[in-house]
Design a protein around this ligand. Structure first.
Ligand code: UT7
Length: 403
C-alpha cells in the first residue's frame, strides 16, 4: 500500500463586515494612526456585529472550504477548531460547529493561543497519514474584540476578529506536511493572559471591577520571544525537510506585527515579496491569522501546485509552531479516491486480514448479544420464581408464628 499524504483540498474564510480603522481608535483612546502604523503595520481590523460569534464565523468559513473541496459535511471524519475565544467555556465550540454544519463526526477544540491553527494542521496530518481519516476540517477562529479593554491602548489597537478554514484530505500523491515543530515555553505564561475567565479566577464583581476579564499583555517580552522563535523554528523545519530557504516559495507568518515579520525575514535572508502579509487589513486575529493569510494567498493565486510553504506562528502560552507544507495538484485524481481504512482496523492494512478482523469482531459482537439475551431471558424466568419463593417462605414463617 502506498503511503498516505495530507492534502489541503479546500479553503474558505469569513471576516465581519464591521471595519474599525486606526482613525476610529484615535477617537476612542490616546493613540494615533501614525503610532499604530509605524509600530505595528496595522491600519484597520474587523470587529463582530451583534449575533456574530466564533461559532457563526467558523460555520461560514467552513461552508466555503467544504464547497471548495467539493465535499459534503457528511464526508468529514473529524473537525478540529483552534481558538482561545470559544462561545462558551463548556460545551466545546467544535461540537456546536459540527452540529450546525450537519456533520456526523468527532470534533474537538485545540487551545494553543495564536499557534493553534498550525498545531491543528500538524495534528490533522497525523490522522490522515496513518490512513485513519479521509477528510478533516481544520478551523482557526477568534473573537478577540470581546476580551479587549477598549481603554487599554497597549492591546486595543492590535487585535481583530475572523475565521479561516481548510479541508485536509488524504491522497497518495506525495507532499503535504514535510516537517513540523510544535513548541511551548510556559515560563512566559503570564505575558499574554486573560486572568479572570477560567477556573482559577472565576468571574465575580471584583474580577470585573479590576477588568481581569479583559486581555493583559506584556508587549516587549512577547516581541522578543516572537522574533527569536520566528527565525529559529523556521530554520529548524526547513532543515528538517531537507531544504534551504531558497527552496521555499511562500512564507506565511503569524500576522501580529510588521516589525516582527521584517526582523525575522532579515534574519532568514528571505524576500518580502514571497511573504504573505494582510495584518494591515485585519490586525492580529490570533488563531485565525494564518488561515486568513493562507486563504487570501490561495484566492490570489500566490500559491501554486508543488509550492513549498512555511507557516510559522507564536502566541499565548507562550507557544510556537511551524510547518513546511508542499501543495499537491488541485484537481482530484484516482490518488485522492482510495477507500478509507477504518481507524478501528488500523494498522491492519492487508485486505484479507482486515476482513478476518471484521468477521472476528462481528462474531464477538454476536456472542455478546447472545449472552445478553440469554441472561435477560433467564432473569425473566427466575425473577418471578424467586419472588414467588420469597412470598411462600414469608407465608410459612407467618403461619408458624401464629401457631
Ligand atoms: O499574537 C501575539 C500577540 N502579541 C504580540 O505580538 C505583541 C508583540 N509586541 C508588540 O508587537 C509590541 O511590543 C507592541 C506593538 C505591543 C508595542 O510596541 P513597542 O515598540 O514595544 O512599544 P512599547 O510598549 O515599548 O511602548 C512605547 C511607547 C510607550 O510610551 P513611553 O513610555 O515611551 O512614553 C507606550 O506607552 O508607546 C506608547 N504606546 C502607545 N502610544 C500610542 C503604547 N501603545 C500605544 C498606542 N498608541 N496604542
Amino acid at each position: 500500500m502506498a503511503p498516505y499524504y495530507a492534502k489541503i483540498s479546500g479553503w474558505g474564510m469569513y471576516v465581519p463586515e464591521n471595519v474599525l480603522t486606526n482613525h476610529d481608535l484615535e477617537k476612542m483612546m490616546d493613540t494615533s494612526d501614525e503610532w499604530i502604523v509605524t509600530r505595528t503595520g496595522i491600519r484597520e481590523r474587523r470587529i463582530i456585529s451583534e449575533g456574530e460569534t466564533t461559532v457563526s464565523m467558523s460555520v461560514e468559513a467552513s461552508k466555503r472550504a467544504l464547497a471548495q473541496a467539493g465535499i459534503q459535511p457528511e464526508d468529514l471524519d473529524l473537525i478540529i477548531l483552534a481558538t482561545s475565544t470559544p462561545d462558551y467555556l463548556v460545551p466545546p465550540a467544535s461540537s456546536m460547529i459540527q452540529d450546525q454544519l450537519g456533520a456526523q463526526c468527532g470534533a474537538f477544540t485545540l487551545v494553543a493561543g495564536c499557534s493553534g491553527f498550525v498545531y491543528s494542521l500538524a495534528t490533522a496530518a497525523q490522522f490522515i497519514q496513518t490512513g485513519a481519516y479521509k477528510h478533516i476540517l481544520v478551523i482557526g477562529a477568534e473573537v478577540i474584540s470581546k476580551g479587549i479593554d477598549w481603554e487599554d491602548r497597549n492591546t486595543a489597537v492590535l487585535f481583530g476578529d475572523g475565521a479561516g478554514a481548510v479541508v485536509v484530505s488524504r491522497t497518495t500523491r506525495p507532499g503535504g506536511l514535510l516537517s513540523m515543530k510544535l513548541g511551548s515555553d510556559g515560563s512566559g505564561w503570564d505575558a499574554l493572559l486573560l486572568p479572570g475567565i477560567g477556573i482559577k479566577n472565576y468571574p465575580s464583581h471584583e474580577i470585573i471591577d479590576r477588568k481581569d476579564h479583559k486581555l493583559k499583555m506584556k508587549g516587549r517580552p512577547v516581541f522578543k520571544f516572537a522574533t527569536r522563535v520566528m527565525s529559529d523554528a523556521t530554520t529548524e523545519v526547513v532543515t528538517q525537510a531537507g531544504l534551504t530557504m531558497d527552496d521555499i516559495d511562500v512564507l506565511i507568518p503569524h500576522q501580529a506585527n510588521q516589525r516582527i515579520i521584517d526582523l525575522a525575514l532579515r534574519r532568514l535572508g528571505f524576500p518580502a515579496e514571497k511573504t504573505v502579509v494582510n495584518l494591515d487589513r485585519y490586525g492580529n486575529t490570533s488563531a485565525a491569522s494564518i488561515p486568513l493569510a493562507l486563504v487570501e494567498a490561495m484566492e490570489e493565486g500566490r500559491i501554486k501546485e508543488h509550492d513549498k510553504v512555511v507557516m510559522i506562528a507564536f502566541g499565548a502560552g507562550l507557544t510556537y509552531a511551524a510547518v513546511v507544507w508542499e501543495f499537491q495538484p488541485w484537481e482530484i485524481g484516482p490518488e485522492d479516491e482510495e477507500e478509507a481504512i477504518l481507524v478501528t482496523n488500523w494498522p491492519v492494512d492487508n485486505v484479507f486480514q482486515r476482513k478476518m478482523q471484521e468477521m472476528r469482531l462481528a462474531a464477538w459482537k454476536m456472542k455478546v448479544q447472545a449472552r445478553t439475551k440469554a441472561s435477560e431471558a433467564s432473569m425473566a424466568i427466575m425473577l418471578p420464581l424467586y419472588s414467588f419463593r420469597k412470598g411462600l417462605k414469608k407465608r410459612i414463617n407467618g403461619d408458624k408464628k401464629a401457631k
